[in-house]
Design a protein around this ligand. Structure first.
Ligand SMILES: [Zn+2]
Length: 423
């Protein structure tokens, strides 16, 4: 349901103007408050009942759906993370994570500190149900009661939030990781309270490498450090999960170094595309095609975007800078991705730098000769490619870090990889 419809529904229920309600809703949505929750605040503000008036049912997690306004559950707390968000102009500390019973798991947000922690078995009364990304979630607020269950709730899921990097998904809260910091840099950004310094970089364990951001810099986060980091949350960054630290995250140096894999997980193209985004992955595929926009190209000196005829969409007429790059379609029989190869690797593949390419273009009186040379090198051959994959509405792009001739047959490898996954 969109804001407009919701505003209309609320306005008629509360007897106030749609304009007023809509303005209230929009200001809440700006702070990432989900629509249903924003609607409840607006209802409360105008003296309406918050949510439905029906008596909550006692349900298994599996049976909870977004058609219910509120429910009673008996559950085990799997994870609990703490964050501060800006809500109606004020900083509010919330607790989020996952609850489980024998039927399944559900995410929750607690708007006050109920004093429970991971591992606790709880009886929760009158938890609000909201929809998030098509799934029900529980909202524990002022009208919710929380008490310890008489018996431990048995669950199949691991308790406490300890995770391998490969298993982290955007939306995860209250996770703990043991990692080595591989890269770190300090940056000043324009935050909501003015200039603020953050750290960003790459962490790794035996299973994966992921980007991270520390919004409240922890001094132990140094390149090469081996750390246990508790209470991180996971967001999507350029299509892949990223580890986020807040003021509530704790960082402890580990006495033993963390084992870090030098290689990226090897997957079939179908698996990489299905993942929705991977920060570091290795695939093997045949180059089907070298696309237009490869070879000798021009970039805007301001924003670095590829331009044509000295026209940047943002910066107008500019003096374009020459560069080399390749956009190649890779195929392994399960799917295709566009591999985007930057100037350094393109120089290696082409066997010359930008000046060589310009000279070749001058001689032939055609820029396209550069792309043609690259095409004749790559098309029809198999390559082992490592890089960072992002998937958007236009397709899957693999930003290439390593590009080598493969001795193996991509289709056979992909089939083997798929078979392994299905075991
Ligand atoms: Zn530009």
């Amino acid at each position: 349901m969109d804001v407009d419809n919701k505003a209309e529904e609320l306005a008629s229920a509360l007897g106030v103007t749609k304009q007023e309600v809509k303005a209230d809703l929009e200001s809440l949505l700006e702070f990432d408050v989900p629509l249903e929750e924003a609607a409840q605040s607006v209802r409360r503000k105008h003296g309406g009942a918050s949510g439905g008036s029906s008596t909550p049912e006692t349900l298994d997690i599996e049976s909870i759906s977004t058609t219910q306004d509120s429910v009673n559950v008996t559950v085990r707390v799997l994870t609990q993370g703490t964050r501060t968000i800006r809500y109606q102009g004020e900083d509010v500390t919330i607790r989020e994570g996952k609850l489980a019973d024998s039927s399944g798991t559900i995410s929750y947000t607690a708007w006050q500190d109920f004093g429970f922690e991971a591992g606790d078995s709880l009886v929760i009364g009158n938890a609000g149900v909201r929809e998030w990304d098509g799934h029900p979630e529980l909202n524990l607020g002022q009208s919710t009661s929380v008490s310890m269950a008489d018996e431990e709730v048995a669950v199949d899921q691991p308790i406490g939030g300890d995770s391998d990097l490969i298993d982290l998904k955007p939306g995860d809260r209250g996770r703990n990781v043991e990692v080595r910091v591989q890269e770190v840099e300090s940056r000043t950004i324009d935050g909501r309270d003015g200039e603020t310094t953050i750290l960003s970089g790459v962490v790794a364990d035996e299973t994966a490498r992921l980007p991270f951001t520390d919004w409240d810099p922890h001094p132990d986060l140094e390149a090469g450090a081996n750390l246990r980091i508790e209470d991180v949350y996971v967001r999507e960054f350029r299509g892949s999960p990223s580890v986020n630290l807040s003021e509530f995250s704790t960082v402890e140096p580990l006495s033993e170094p963390v084992t870090v894999s030098d290689s990226a997980p090897r997957l079939s193209l179908a698996e990489t595309v299905d993942s929705g985004g991977l920060f570091d992955v290795e695939v093997v595929g045949n180059v089907l095609e070298v696309r237009d926009g490869s070879g000798l190209i021009e970039r805007c000196p301001e924003c670095g975007r590829v331009i044509q005829n000295d026209q940047c969409r943002t910066h107008g007429t500019v003096d374009g800078e020459d560069d080399l790059r390749i956009k190649a379609i890779l195929d392994d029989g399960t799917d295709t991705v566009t591999a985007i190869i930057g100037s350094e690797l393109t120089e290696e593949i082409y066997g010359g730098d930008v000046d060589d390419a310009k000279e070749a273009a001058r001689e032939a009186m055609d820029k396209e000769v550069v792309a043609e040379t690259i095409r004749s090198q790559l098309v029809g051959r198999a390559y082992r490619v490592r890089g960072s994959l992002s998937v958007d509405e236009y397709g899957a792009n693999l930003n290439v870090e390593e590009f080598e001739v493969a001795g193996e047959d991509p289709a056979a490898l992909a089939t083997a990889a798929l078979a392994e996954v299905r075991q």
